[in-house]
Design a binder for this molecule. Structure first.
Ligand code: PNW
Length: 483
């Protein structure tokens, strides 16, 4: 509930970007067509038990074959920008020569978007690393960063004349720590400090590609980070305060500080000093000059925010989010060197992911970025919620919970803008229901419902609400009763 205080009408700047987001592996399907070869997510999702219900992205939303109709629907729903990702294994399938047939799909997509007046917002890496590169060590191998630059250049050569915004990575925290420390995501490695090594090489890939695309005249460069707002369970308990500092360090500052300050945070380096990779301190993978590369100037910061965390340094069983599904119901944190940290529930309402609905965290995060880092234009590149959406007897999907969620999160964004934070746009996650990684098709984040048996698309009531918002640029007043 939003409380008894009436929520007044709020208006966003006239040029505010109203976007919707997707990612290649989550929607495209067609995994073996036109020369595409497997990514780490093809391999991982086919391992028994890796993904809920053993779902995989083989078919997904068949977007690869339905792209023109999907773009027409995006336009109908008022999107002024569309954030999508390019599948590396379509473009450089074996990390070898460019595959023209795979690249052609994105060429058609960009033209289709432009012909509908939708600005393309391109992400180069939303987690589908070619499996051949993982076989050579994946993100723990420094060479992967250089292969990423080759791939980025091929995409830019083909689309650089038409795509205004280029982001390198989506959520390197997930790629590094869920992929290489916790193993919840592909490639499913549970190798502790490997997450830190992968994180460094992901940041290096970001910096190298940023430099290269800048030299090639890319208009607007950046990346999307998923950031959190860690609150100690008991602010007077030094153990909880230390745990919250550790999570802030590894979730936020491990990525923000190298990019914006050219250094890793010293407390994180101290916390992880004893962690080794291939029998040497993990930090040995950081070479002279790397941080200069990583801190190459960017033009836009993408922020993905779903919820913050209450954080404790004590074992707790009343946990939410990561670890909540652990058999012992004790969160095993995916943060290397801070595995003892737990994420207790604070009794907030939850989405279908078991994630807390916490709009004030978004406001606090935006203020914090404004206070602690250089003032760059910020775009919320993901916010959204999964709910158990179903078609009713009339073939409609009524999702008032999603509307209330988006209303509350957007009011938090608006408040930050009023206070001087430079937020320029909002991308709803996601345009349509899709393959939700470790949770397969069981979790629905879409504004558009997908019936996977028929591939029929049905805009939910939230989609019409969002279309209205994109058209008027304002949230209507409501009395906060939620009715
Ligand atoms: C992000 N976690 O993923 C991704 O960018 C999207 O592809 C995804 O669909 C969306 O958020 C919703 O999950 C995350 O476990 C997946 O903390 C898992 C986590 C965070 C982000």
């Amino acid at each position: 509930t939003t409380g008894a205080v009436p929520a007044t009408r709020v208006s966003f700047p006239h040029d505010f970007v109203w976007g919707m987001a997707t990612a290649s592996y989550q929607i495209e399907g067609a995994v073996a067509e036109d020369g595409r070869t497997p990514s780490i997510w093809d391999t991982f999702s086919h391992l028994p038990g890796a993904v809920l219900n053993d779902d995989n992205g083989d078919v997904a939303c068949e977007h690869y074959h339905r792209m023109p109709a999907d773009v027409a629907l995006l336009a109908d729903l008022g999107a002024t920008s569309y954030r999508f990702s390019v599948a590396w294994p379509r473009v450089r399938p074996d990390a070898g020569p460019v595959n023209a047939a795979g690249l052609a799909f994105y060429d058609r997509l960009v033209d289709e978007l432009l012909s509908h007046g939708i600005a393309p917002w391109l992400t180069l890496y939303h987690w589908d690393l070619p499996q051949v590169l993982e076989d050579a060590g994946g993100w723990t191998n420094r060479d992967t960063a250089h292969r990423f630059v080759e791939y980025a250049v091929s995409v830019h050569e083909a689309l650089g004349d038409r795509v205004p915004t280029w982001t390198t990575l989506n959520e390197p925290w997930c790629s590094a720590f869920l992929g290489y420390s916790a193993g919840h995501h592909a490639p499913g490695r549970q190798e502790g400090a490997a997450g830190l090594v992968a994180g460094h090489h992901l940041l290096l890939a970001h910096g190298l590609a940023t430099r290269e695309l800048r030299d090639r005249g890319a208009d607007r460069l950046g990346l999307s980070l998923n950031l959190t707002v860690p609150d100690p369970s008991d602010p007077s308990d030094p153990v909880d305060v230390d745990a919250a500092r550790r999570i802030d360090g590894l979730h936020n500052r491990f990525f923000l500080d190298p990019i914006f300050r050219g250094s890793y945070p010293s407390d994180v380096l101290e916390d992880t000093a004893a962690l080794t990779w291939q029998d040497r301190p993990w930090l040995d993978v950081v070479r002279d000059g790397d941080l200069d590369v990583i801190s190459a100037p960017i033009d836009v910061l993408g922020v993905n925010y779903y919820h913050g965390n209450e954080v404790s340094g004590h074992p707790r069983t009343d946990v939410v989010g990561i670890g909540a599904d652990h058999p012992a119901r004790v969160a095993l944190s995916p943060f290397p060197g801070s595995e003892h940290v737990t994420f207790p529930s604070r009794g907030l309402p939850l989405t279908d992911m078991g994630w807390e609905i916490q709009p004030d965290g978004l406001h606090r995060l935006l203020r914090r970025l404004h206070d602690d880092y250089p003032h760059l234009p910020i775009h919320l590149t993901e916010t959204g919620a999964a709910f158990d959406d179903r078609l009713d007897d009339e073939g409609r999907v009524h999702d008032p919970d999603r509307i209330a969620f988006l209303d509350a999160y957007l009011r938090a964004v608006h408040q930050a803008i009023e206070e001087g934070v430079d937020v320029r746009g909002f991308f709803q996650w996601s345009f349509c229901d899709n393959f939700e990684w470790a949770f397969g098709y069981a979790k629905r984040f879409g504004l558009v419902h997908v019936d996977y048996a028929t591939q029929r698309r049905t805009p939910k009531s939230s989609a019409y609400w969002y279309a209205d918002l994109a058209r008027t640029g304002s949230l209507p007043a409501h009395d906060g009763s939620g009715g």
